[in-house]
Design a protein around this ligand. Structure first.
Ligand SMILES: [Zn+2]
Ligand SMILES: [Zn+2]
Length: 340
């Protein structure tokens, strides 16, 4: 982003030298605007990430927009939550399909600007469905035009608070989290949930550029631990306190994955398959093997990390998901049991 975007309500913020006021928006640094309701978290089912609306007077910024399959619901929810205020800006934590799926429709509806993490700019500009992990995972997205990028270290003002964008590689190499020191708040995307974090795709896909995604995730958790935050607004699940306990759980999970990478592969395949099954609203059981063979993420992670061919992968997956009560069989169709 450049400084010409530093308009009153939606600019990138920067403290002055004494850190007494913001040279972007002119408000006092370190003292949040006493808005009665500065933000609202919209939480949904599996397919869509949380969306966070942050209000600055009549203007609002939205962090993450859910999955493209939920877009009509997204438009309705955003409209009702805005309650007459104007959506002026979308900011994304990272490029995954469950976080950027409503960007295009909201941009059409509100003419808002869209700011994306700097690391994904090339993928978004060229709508590279391979790099955006849409093709490898058989997920969908709708192309959108971005207006600017947010770089690690930059400050944004949202909801009357100043937020610093911080690099949070691991789950996604180019992900950002947003930290408000004054409010002791963190918008964490999929870098930290109350119970864990998002799939470490870089580790599973053998991406030579990932440079050790598990190690990156560990460093991201360490970075979050140093921030001194009271509350996390995660990409999935309710906002939570007791951050040290959540970090402990995340670190334990990370240690378990390091000790047993196959466990990470099994979790990743199961979570991704349920996501897709929800999106497809079921799958004929007779097509399960051909589907797994067709989708690179299932086929390749199954072969490389679990040593399973397609029939073995299908048998294992079906057994596991039935045992967990995550799928049901009806009239020859495999159906998800949880809410989309
Ligand atoms: Zn997510
Ligand atoms: Zn994600």
């Amino acid at each position: 982003m450049t400084s010409d975007a530093d308009t009153l309500c939606v600019g990138i913020c920067l403290p002055d030298e004494d850190e007494t006021y913001c040279i972007g928006c002119g408000r006092p640094w370190g003292s949040p605007t006493p808005d009665t309701q500065r933000y609202q978290v919209i939480e949904r089912g599996w397919l869509s990430s949380n969306s966070i609306l942050l209000f600055d007077g009549d203007a609002a910024t939205l962090v993450d927009t859910g999955y493209v399959g939920d877009v009509e619901q997204t438009l309705k929810l955003i409209k009702s939550t805005l309650a007459g205020r104007q959506l002026v800006r979308i900011v994304n934590t990272h490029s995954h399909s469950d976080h950027i799926g409503g960007n295009a429709a909201l941009q059409r509806a509100y003419g808002c600007r869209i700011d994306i993490p700097a690391g994904i700019e090339t993928h978004i500009t060229h709508w590279d469905e391979q790099a955006l992990f849409l093709t490898p995972s058989d997920q969908r997205g709708e192309r959108f035009r971005h207006d600017g990028v947010v770089r690690p270290g930059e400050w944004l003002r949202m909801g009357g608070m100043h937020w610093q964008a911080l690099a949070a590689p691991g789950h996604d190499r180019d992900a950002l989290v947003f930290h408000s020191p004054e409010a002791r708040l963190l918008i964490s995307g999929d870098a930290l949930w109350e119970d864990g974090f998002g799939i470490i795709f870089g580790e599973l896909l053998g991406d030579s550029n990932s440079g050790g995604a598990l190690e990156a995730q560990r460093q991201t958790l360490d970075m979050i631990a140093r921030l001194g935050i009271d509350t996390v607004i995660p990409g999935h699940g309710k906002p939570f306190g007791n951050v040290p306990a959540a970090l402990d759980r995340a670190n334990q999970r990370l240690a378990a994955f390091s000790a047993d990478p196959a466990r990470m592969a099994r979790n990743g395949i199961k979570a991704c398959f349920i996501f897709n099954l929800l999106d497809m609203q079921g799958l004929p059981l007779a097509e399960l093997e051909s589907y797994l063979a067709r989708v690179p993420f299932f086929r390749d992670v199954g072969a490389q990390h679990l040593g399973m061919d397609i029939p073995a992968l299908a048998t294992w997956l079906l057994t596991e998901l039935k045992k967990a009560g995550a799928v049901a069989e009806r009239d020859g169709r495999l159906l998800p049991t949880m809410a989309a």
